[in-house]
Ligand binder design. Structure first.
Ligand code: FE2
Length: 172
């Protein structure tokens, strides 16, 4: 007999996914103020600050999902998000503040956005399969926010910030 009971239902997978997302958002609420503080470009600073506020709302949405499912909000520790946050801290330590750091903060944040888009995409699809329609709508609302945040970062990088980073050391 196995010592660990392995999950086998979509409901179990789904609840685990919600607990993971709950942990992920909590880690991001802690990490985003550092991104706000380190960004130089005013629009980027604002983008990170407004995503911090959105992230707080996303936590509330997850709490509402748990409540609709009559479950207590719980987190499970997700190593991947801690790795992504550590990578962003590495960037902050190794890249000169200004356009170069801004460009690399965008890159680090977009790793996180894509990761969250994958997570919410799965969670919304599973909620949909189980016909938890209200929960699916909440998860889809967050999914759209993550997608919009990602697009905003791309627009900032491509319209301005990437061009401000010197291409080579020897530029005169
Ligand atoms: Fe988020």
């Amino acid at each position: 007999m196995p010592l660990v009971t392995k999950m086998k239902t979509l409901h179990e997978l789904f609840l685990t996914k919600l607990m993971a997302l709950y942990d992920i958002e909590d880690q991001l609420v802690k990490a985003l103020p550092k991104m706000v503080a380190q960004a130089t470009n005013r629009d980027l600073k604002e983008a990170f600050a407004s995503h911090l506020e959105e992230t707080k709302m996303q936590i509330e949405r997850l709490e509402e999902c748990f409540s609709l499912l009559k479950e207590k909000p719980k987190k499970i520790k997700v190593e991947a998000i801690r790795g992504l946050v550590k990578d962003a801290q590495w960037v902050i330590k190794h890249v000169q503040k200004g356009p170069a750091l801004d460009a690399n903060l965008i890159a680090a944040a977009q790793y996180v956005e894509h990761y969250e888009i994958a997570g919410y995409g799965t969670a919304a699809a599973w909620a949909d399969s189980m016909e938890h329609m209200e929960v699916a709508d909440l998860l889809t609302a967050t999914l759209h926010e993550e997608q919009a945040a990602d697009e905003k970062l791309s627009a900032l990088a491509e319209s301005k910030i990437n061009d401000e980073v010197p291409m080579h050391d020897s530029e005169e």
